[in-house]
Structure formats: structure tokens, C-alpha cells
Design a binder for this molecule. Sequence first.
Ligand code: C5P
Length: 285
Amino acid sequence: MLSKKTVERKAFAKVNLTLEVFGTRDDGYHTLRSVVQQISLCDTVTVEEAGTFSSDSGFSDDLSVKAAKALATAADVRKGAAIKTVKRIPVGGGLGGGSADAAATLLALNDLWRLGWSRERLASVAVDVGSDVPALVLGGTVLMEGRGEKVSPLFPRDAPIKPFHLVLANPGVFCSTKDVYAKCTSRLQETPSILYNMRSALECGDTGAVAEAMVNDLQKPAVALHEEIAQALEALDDAGAEGVMMSGSGSTVFGLVRDEARGSEIAAALKEQGFWAECVHTVVR
Ligand code: C5P
């Protein structure tokens, strides 16, 4: 049984349904615009009150500890936290695993420390932890802009998207976000139709149109670094998923499927070919 001073939360992963990369900023980061969609694949994060900050993840640059320290400073809380994570999201996979854990840590500490902060206020603490963390604090279907710090729900809470199923496939290569961005050629001009088409497709619940509207400017540079990603894209496409594309900076690829039964079949076929694969569905906030 969990003690009173422990809070557990699911840390949902994400896919980027669109990801447009514009120029480089003075701080070296890229300006981007992305429709970020949370999915049912999740880690489980447990936070427990403690004198200092610790994590059982084994990563020296653990994002959850960074997030916890940032919140303690911002909220002037003089307590620590022991963070435990059950990992299911592939690491270095473009699914925002570390960021999801950090976001779940912020939401859990908000409860544990009884801060009563809104998700928007928590998200403002999150950007210095990692560019994807604010979007995952907000949750659901999020429009992410700037370096990742400008986040807003794409749809009102009382009118979320109609859920749909996706198959994820990971070729087992670790993609360095930094290296992929460094190889990316920025868009020279904005293409307003990309966001418009995705928003309309999601609003109508038309998965065929969602598949057609998908864009990821980081896919080409990531494939140039790791040809295994091209193999995963081809395998998922051959297996029958729609709109097959890479998520974030890779290496996980994903495609849309009509239902869970079909998605499970496709995931099983991909596993037989040696990929890590999973059928998941979208989640709302
Ligand atoms: O913020 P985060 O630590 O996730 O970013 C990892 C790396 O990805 C950065 O060091 C940077 O090289 C690149 N990046 C970028 N522009 C962004 C987000 C990330 O260039 N908007």
C-alpha cells in the first residue's frame, strides 16, 4: 500500500503529428511549431517526500530530478523528493519519455506539496527542464511553438479529439536530439496550411486526413544519420499502417490504424521482424 506522503502518476508519451522547424535562435535552439499528441504508452512515476532529491532512473542528468528542483525553487518549497520510475517508453526514441517523466513529476509534486498550481503555471517552470516538458505538462493535444515554451491546448477541454489508434515501431537505435537538429535544414518560409490541415483533420475526426496532414522536418536528417529508421518506416508502411512518419527527433516511427485489432496484428508482425512495436491510442487531458 502507498503511504500518505506518496503520489503516483502515469507519464504519457507523445507523438508529433506535425513538426516544422524554422530558423536557429540566438540561444542555439531552433524555433519550431508542432502539434503534440499524448498517447496511451506510459511510464509510471511515484514521488515520495524526502529530505533530498533522488531518482532510481540511473541517469546522471535525470530530467525528473531537474524538474523537481526547479519546482521547489519556483514555489519556495524546502523539501526534497524520492522519485521512482517504472519505464516502458523507449529511451532516445522521439516519444518524449524523459520529458513525460519530468512532466508527471511536476504534476505529482503539485499534489504532494499541495501547491494547487494550474497546469499552465507548472508548464512555465518546465521549459528550462527540457523543450518537450511544457507540452507534456499541459497534456492531450497541444500546439507547441517557440523553442517549446509556448504551449496551448489545440481544442477546448469540453471538445477534445475523437480518439484513434496508432502503431509505434522502434528500430533500436538511439537518436541524439542535438545531432538531428544540427543536421536539419530550416524551412525558409512558413506554410500555414500544415497547421490548418492538421487542426481541421483532428476536429473532423478524419484519420485519413490526419495521416495526409502529417509532417516532420526532422525525419530526413534523422534518416541520414540512422538508416535503420528508413527500414522501420518501410516495414510499418508495408504492414498496412497509414501516414507512416517518424516522431520528434526519432528513432520511433508511427502510423495510423483503423482499430485496436488491426493495430495489434500490425504490431505483432513488426515484432516478428525484430522491431520494438506497440499498438497505442491517443489520450485526452
Ligand atoms: O530542450 P532539450 O534538452 O530537449 O533539447 C535537446 C537538444 O535539441 C538541444 O540541445 C538542441 O540542440 C536541440 N533543440 C533545438 N531546438 C529546439 C529543441 C531542441 O535545437 N526547439
